[in-house]
Design a protein around this ligand. Structure first.
Ligand SMILES: NC(=[NH2+])NCCC[C@H](N)C(=O)O
Length: 411
């Protein structure tokens, strides 16, 4: 089976990253909040930082596939192109402009340019350069430099839009409008790109609804494939309980997993995804943000006696025990750096807990989260550092910026 992710920390073999491009040049102080960024980026430096991240992964034997290339190649195929354009250029959004000429203008672009326009967005001015003088009220009321198609700067965080869980992938229904268009791009890739569509005789499961699952949203930053048939999911501001149940049903029906532990996360942006407060560094060790505390948790298993699912509640103090039980371990090790609460809060904001393991006990982290990195090292973890002064402004670290498509188990 070429594509599968069997753990969080087993040897990482293949990953999808997105090198920041045009979409980041569209971020402004005015639109950044709506686009879920905390600041604008110096794009050139962000690209350099990203190149360092990709090079480090490659130096560790990881095959890096770039999302921009996968999308461009997919869009050369008529079926993938139609899937994306039909979904994006909806009359309910654009009125009569949707089909002729808007969709037609995009459809005239070759794959690479089309990919750039879909991710980077298009202003009214840019559209009129390609198609002068259409008659459309929708267009008339817009300022020349307003976006007819919004940019998608959060494609940088490839972790969230699709998530591999054991021998299948979930293409996620995203919580906020700024990210919802990302999903169809991954649909085009996983359903049509020869890398996946051609996966020789070894198909993989799709854990998600084929046409999106709104309002049952779920994002990959909340999904940790902790191994041994278990999955840990954060019910954050992004991930709903019903989406967790849907994932559980499909995983259990396929026999790909036997237990899901769902954590009741605070519904706040600072804790936007589970992986901003808790990630795994080896098969029994987690790094956890000091300010997280213990959370109420729920163990979901296949049901008995005619019930599809069985759900067991645990009080907050049993959170770690519930995770250990799902893994079949007596206990898990949880590392939390001792520092004053202000320093801890700052490091969490800078993604100190958002590490990406390349093999058990070897993780990639931002260099600026010094205390968290030192704590990991004191506990025998090898920490490989990357710069992130620019990349970090979107509130995502090495784990958020990577979508593993092949990773070994650790047992
Ligand atoms: N897995 C993660 N923690 N991803 C972080 C995503 C950050 C992004 N700006 C958002 O708000 O969606």
């Amino acid at each position: 089976m070429p594509f599968h992710v069997d753990s969080e920390t087993g040897r990482l073999k293949r990953v999808i990253l997105h090198r920041p491009g045009l979409e980041m040049k569209r971020l402004t102080p005015t639109n950044k909040d709506e686009l879920l960024f905390d600041d604008v980026l110096w794009v050139k430096r962000a690209q350099q930082e990203h190149d360092i991240f990709a090079a480090l992964l490659r130096s560790r034997g990881v095959e890096v596939r770039l999302f921009g290339e996968l999308l461009a190649e997919s869009l050369e195929l008529p079926a993938a192109r139609a899937l994306v354009l039909d979904r994006v250029f909806d009359e309910r959004e654009y009125g009569p402009l949707a089909t002729e000429p808007l969709r037609a203008v995009f459809d005239s672009l070759p794959g690479a340019e089309l990919a750039e326009a879909l991710v980077g967005g298009m202003t009214k001015r840019e559209f009129l350069e390609r198609y002068p003088g259409p008659s459309s009220l929708r267009l008339h009321v817009m300022g020349l430099d307003e976006f007819l198609l919004q940019p998608l700067p959060n494609h940088l965080f490839t972790r969230d839009t699709s998530a591999w869980v054991y021998d299948g992938v979930a293409i996620n229904a995203m919580r906020w409008p700024a990210r919802q268009r990302e999903s169809v791009h991954f649909e085009a890739i996983y359903r049509h790109h020869p890398l996946f569509a051609g996966a020789a005789g070894a198909p993989f499961h799709h854990w998600s609804e084929p046409d999106g699952g709104h309002p049952s949203t779920i994002e990959g930053g909340d999904v940790l494939v902790i191994g041994r048939g278990a999955v840990l999911v954060g019910m954050s501001e992004r991930t709903t309980p019903q989406a967790v149940e849907q994932l559980a049903r499909r995983l259990f029906a396929a026999g790909s997993a036997h237990t899901i532990v769902a954590l009741d996360l605070p519904k706040r942006r600072a804790f936007m995804h589970l992986d901003t407060v808790l990630t795994m560094v080896d098969q029994e060790t987690f790094t956890q943000y000091a300010g997280l505390g213990m959370l109420r948790s729920y163990t979901i298993r296949p049901g008995a006696g005619g019930r599809e699912l069985s759900v067991t509640d645990h009080p907050p103090e049993h959170m770690h025990r519930a995770i250990a039980e799902a893994l079949g371990l007596a206990d898990i090790r949880v590392l939390t750096a001792t520092q004053d609460p202000h320093a801890a809060e700052r490091e969490q904001w800078d993604d100190g807990c958002n590490v990406l393991a390349v093999e058990p006990g070897v993780v990639i982290a931002y260099e600026r989260t010094v205390t968290s990195n030192t704590e990991l090292r004191r506990n025998g973890v090898e920490v490989l550092e990357i710069p992130g002064s620019e990349l970090g402004r979107g509130r995502g670290g090495p784990r958020c910026m990577s979508c593993p498509i092949e990773r070994e188990s650790v047992d």
